[in-house]
Design a binder for this molecule. Structure first.
Ligand code: SAH
Length: 349
């Protein structure tokens, strides 16, 4: 294998079936060898070339020049309940990301990062404090899944793009990663089990809708009016609250997929029962679900409302025309709850 080919395809995780076919051809092999590699990597989830028994010995020798995993696992932590585990990975260039594995009854969910840091700057979020560092490649996104599936004693049933970063500001790679998770000849995760969450990059929601991607869409609403949302989410300056609602509504209408609105509940900021009333009116005509997330504190100025206020906020939503769920985030003792992911250290060489 020439060094140029090795550099282009190293590491192999992240490449599509057609890319792996081209890879095989560049090694003077038949394209079906690329499909075999796809099967081993994503369906059988084998990362050791010597175990890929239906490849010829000479091909396996050629493959020793490339690696499979783009990520290196550096650390893992487990919550006291043992239901949530958080993992630290090194990405290319020595930067770091976190991913979370959560067990809940029959469901095992993995929460994936799409960027190192984030540019969106939501005032309540730990990742925002890092600023934007870099986009992850499709391989770096999908490898979080593959490495955690290897460790998990149960099959991962759900994937959420809700870790570090804004998936719609790394649109191409996030969609490519979702496509790899969903590919029927690979990981074969049902499209409805893959959720992409956005802080509200409206023109990308429109693109997502126009392109007809089958994945679930979640929109982080986190406020009930333009001014209120603007206080914590500066992105509201660029994409107004009403635009976001309209774009989400259009998405639900055209895709015929229910949109999930996430609403992080912040003490004294957006947790008045009147906010809930506003949501009732605002979301009434949209095919949606509302997911209320009591805030996970990160040592900044924002607080989680006391339970009595959470209950008071939820009360008017009992008459909502859409389903409402509350996400009592898991793993806060290891800072693995929503919005608590941040990596502070550079790797010391
Ligand atoms: N950038 C994407 C995905 C990452 S954040 C987005 O904004 O949707 C995933 C979810 O966690 C979002 O709904 C976000 O509003 C929420 N979140 C951020 N910080 C949080 C915190 N400290 N506690 C609870 N939820 C938080």
């Amino acid at each position: 294998m020439s060094d140029a080919v090795a550099t282009q395809y190293k590491p192999l995780i992240g490449h599509s079936i057609s890319e792996l076919e081209s890879f095989a051809e560049s090694l003077d092999e038949k394209p079906f060898r690329g499909r075999q590699l796809f099967d081993w990597i994503y369906r059988q989830q084998v990362d050791d070339f010597s175990k890929m028994t239906d490849l010829s010995k000479s091909l396996r020798e050629k493959l020793s020049k490339v690696s499979t995993h783009p990520l290196k696992m550096l650390n893992r932590e487990e919550s006291l309940s043992k239901q949530t585990r958080k993992f630290l990975f090194e990405v290319s260039g020595g930067k770091m990301i976190e991913s979370v594995l959560m067990k809940e009854g029959n469901r095992t969910t993995v929460c994936l990062s799409t960027q190192v840091g984030c540019a969106v700057d939501c005032d309540f979020c730990a990742t925002a404090k890092m600023g934007f560092v870099k986009n992850l490649t499709a391989g770096e996104i999908v490898d979080q899944f593959l490495q955690l599936q290897k460790i998990s004693d149960q099959k991962i049933t759900n994937v959420v793009f809700m870790g570090m970063g804004e998936p719609f500001l790394n649109y191409k790679n996030s969609i490519a990663a979702a496509d790899l998770l969903h590919h029927p000849r690979g990981i074969n995760m049902g499209a409805w089990r893959v959720t992409i969450s956005t802080a509200g990059v409206a023109h990308k929601i429109k693109q997502f809708s126009d392109e007809g991607h089958p994945y679930k869409l979640a929109v982080s609403l986190n406020g009930s009016t333009q001014n209120q949302r603007l206080k914590t989410m500066p992105i509201t300056k660029v994409y107004s609250f009403s635009d976001l609602i309209k774009t989400s509504k259009d998405y639900a209408y055209h895709s015929r997929n229910r949109v999930t609105f996430e609403y992080v509940l912040l003490d004294g900021v957006n947790d008045d029962p009147q906010d809930a009333e506003k949501l009732n009116r605002l979301l009434n005509s949209i095919d949606c679900k509302l997911n209320v997330i009591p805030y996970n504190e990160i040592g900044g100025p924002y607080r989680r409302p006391p339970d009595i206020r959470i209950k008071a906020f939820l009360h008017p939503l009992k008459k909502a025309s859409f389903p409402v769920t509350v996400r009592w985030s898991k793993g806060q003792d290891i800072d693995a709850g929503c919005g608590q992911l941040a990596t502070h250290l550079e790797k010391v060489e």
